[in-house]
Design a protein. Structure first.
Length: 122
């Protein structure tokens, strides 16, 4: 097999990207370890009106947080705080959150177990 140098580097870059992605998926929650589930539950009171204390949204336009990955929730909170992700209510709420509070909230909501009781078509 004869691969040009540019093709080789593209292969290595795509392989490396895949390896990093796979690592993040496999160990995503561990990468953000440090959040306290107990402290997160106390802080989640501020989320109750929209997301529900149980992580099940109270309004159709609000996402459920229960069972989402810890890394995903933490990333979204950081994205709202930095302005990368836009939402008027969340922009106001996250400004008061410390990095520790964000880790605690992510730990809490990701620790909520969800149960699928009905699958459409079955």
């Amino acid at each position: 097999m004869n691969i040009s140098p540019s093709g080789y580097y593209k292969f290595i870059a795509s392989y490396t990207s895949f390896a990093v992605f796979a690592f993040c998926v496999a160990f995503g929650t561990s990468a953000y370890a440090g959040g306290s589930i107990t402290a997160g539950r106390e802080k989640a009171i501020m989320c109750d009106a929209c997301h529900g204390l149980d992580g099940h949204a109270r309004m159709p336009e609000v996402p459920n947080l229960a069972g989402q990955g810890e890394g995903y929730i933490l990333h979204q909170l950081h994205s709202f705080k930095s302005g990368e992700r836009k939402n008027e209510q969340m922009a106001i709420i996250v400004q008061s959150l410390t990095p520790e509070a964000m880790q605690d909230l992510a730990a809490y909501f990701s620790a909520i177990e969800i149960k699928i009781v009905k699958v459409p078509g079955e």
